[in-house]
Design a protein around this ligand. Structure first.
Ligand SMILES: [Zn+2]
Length: 140
């Protein structure tokens, strides 16, 4: 019996909807996301089917946070590779933020902010926003 495909993971659609909020925050209607399967692998693509970068790698026991982080990274590859856009951009340093999971922090620090976009500016790394709550500039 073949292993389940990543697209069958129950948490994948949930993660995609959360990450899509962030893409739409900065890209507007161009920021719709969906999953596409190519050669047995799953990619995070724009609504028009274009994608860039590595496939999504998830396992049956992966946590919701893990999958949100994986999908956010894949979405970032696609947005930057297809739309040629720095995304998400730190509003302070105008550098690209990267996905960060707070696995090493206390339990109290996890929960809502467990997966975030983090700016790595040399002047002082900081959290830009939780994944799914990027303020953006494209309006509602
Ligand atoms: Zn910054």
């Amino acid at each position: 019996m073949p292993p389940p495909t990543p697209a069958e993971h129950p948490l994948l659609d949930h993660a995609l909807s959360i990450v899509e909020r962030d893409v739409k925050a900065e890209c507007g209607d161009a920021g719709g996301l969906r999953l596409v399967t190519s050669r047995g692998e799953v990619f995070v693509a724009l609504d028009d089917g274009r994608f860039h970068g590595e496939p999504v790698q998830v396992r049956p026991g992966d946590s919701a946070d893990k999958i949100i982080a994986v999908v956010a990274e894949a979405a970032q590859d696609t947005v930057m590779g297809v739309l040629w856009k720095v995304w998400p951009e730190c509003p302070v340093h105008h550098t690209v933020a990267s996905v960060s999971r707070s696995a090493g922090e206390s339990a109290a620090a996890r929960g809502k902010d467990a997966v975030s976009w983090r700016c790595g500016a040399k002047a002082g790394p900081h959290t830009v926003a939780s994944v799914g709550s990027l303020p953006g500039d494209a309006g509602p």
